[in-house]
Design a protein around this ligand. Structure first.
Ligand code: CP3
Length: 351
């Protein structure tokens, strides 16, 4: 049995007794850390870091060297999966991801040579995971991740991170059959990709459904959650699964019935309201507003205490932000947050 088995983070997921609330931070390795910027400039950009297992491993560990975080997350991106289909991905500074082609028609889809895709195109991710497992040596769990098929499709159909979603929402109306074909393909490759991450050693899997909240309730079930369910039921090992969707509050009526281990909650809702609806069905992760990291210590303490008080249960909570940390945050504020949580959470945990 690995050392991570009884780790605080995994006990919190299983609603077992914990002595304090564990914490990790979405995008914890990233542009708010000067040592990240440094390595990125040397490597020649984000994607060069991701594709170099030694560097990706080093970047993953950077925030753990600075802070007492309770988990590592593989340094990669939800969009690298496009490379399994032969779609070339690049990241343009201050603009975000761009693909060398879009999938907007049956013809585009057929041009992908479906069936020839190869999970080994993503070997760099699996090699990063193996290096990390060795470095972490059972002391901290490692989170691996994918995007939900719906969220990845928004990028592949749009071709970039335009926030209009005109093409994919148009396709949903005019050609839902084509959209389902694309989602089925992305689901198949996601299952292979996530299973290989599991075989390579991740302890926890996370599915980012950043744009699931764009969909109305019945569409959300049909175009996003049904595919997430399929991925969940196809995993080769039963490791904990975290599912994150923005606008969590609006979707909780549906989410409370799905099968998962942890729900990632965004900052637009009181976590206590979510907890009341789900009881002990699964654990919650979140949901501090990233802007709290711009406040002073006493204000930050009040905001952290509010979340713990609202959550109001001794376990089943993993502290996190409600969205990824932004480049404008001073790293000292992250340390402040972790210290505050370590100081005040035990009184909520120990009964
Ligand atoms: O959390 C972590 O530390 C692990 C690494 C990670 C990244 N992206 C690294 C990254 C994870 C888990 C992601 C997930 C991801 N990627 C999501 C879902 C979560 C969310 O943020 O809602 C999405 C939608 C993407 C796609 C993506 N990647 C976009 C739209 C962008 C550009 C916008 C931005 O934030 O820069 C990225 C770039 C990206 N992914 C960076 C990092 C560290 C910034 C790269 C840089 O310029 O240095």
């Amino acid at each position: 049995m690995s050392l991570t088995h009884n780790h605080l983070f995994l006990r919190a997921i299983k609603n077992k007794p914990i002595e304090r609330t564990p914490i990790w931070i979405m995008r914890q390795a990233g542009r708010y850390l000067p040592e990240y910027i440094n390595l990125k400039n040397k490597a020649g950009g984000f994607i060069s870091l991701v594709k170099d297992p030694e560097l990706a491993c080093e970047i993953t560990l950077q925030p753990l060297k600075r802070f007492s975080l309770d988990s590592a997350i593989v340094f990669s991106d939800i969009l690298v999966i496009s490379e399994m289909l032969g779609i070339k991905l690049s990241f343009i500074e201050n603009k975000g991801p761009v693909f060398d082609r879009t999938i907007r028609s049956e013809k585009d889809l057929n041009s992908l040579n479906i069936g020839a895709y190869d999970v080994d195109n993503l070997d760099y991710v699996f090699n990063t995971i193996k290096l990390l497992k060795n470095e972490l040596n059972g002391k901290k769990p490692l989170i691996g991740f994918i995007g939900s098929p719906w969220t990845v499709a928004t990028y592949i159909v749009e071709g970039n991170s335009s926030k209009q979603f005109t093409n994919i929402l148009g396709m949903l109306k005019s050609n839902p059959i084509l959209l389902h074909k694309i989602l089925n393909l992305l689901t198949d490759i996601s299952i292979k990709y996530l299973n290989k991450q599991i075989l390579s050693g991740i302890d926890v899997a996370m599915i980012f459904d950043t744009w699931g909240g764009l969909l109305k309730d019945d569409q959300y079930q049909e175009f996003s959650l049904s595919y997430v369910d399929k991925i969940k039921s196809s995993l080769i090992q039963n490791i904990p699964l975290i599912y994150y969707v923005r606008q969590t509050g609006k979707k909780i009526g549906i989410l409370k019935n799905i099968d998962l281990d942890v729900l990632g909650v965004d900052s637009s809702v009181n976590i206590g309201l979510i907890k009341q609806q789900i009881g002990n069905k699964f654990a919650l992760q979140g949901n501090l507003d990233v802007d709290v990291l711009k406040l002073d210590e006493s204000q930050m303490r009040l905001a952290v205490d509010d979340i713990l008080k609202n959550y109001n249960a001794p376990s089943g909570h993993i502290f996190n932000l409600g969205a990824g940390i932004t480049p404008d945050i001073n790293p000292d504020k992250v340390k402040m947050l972790i210290d505050i949580l370590a100081d005040i959470s035990p009184k909520y945990n120990v009964k």
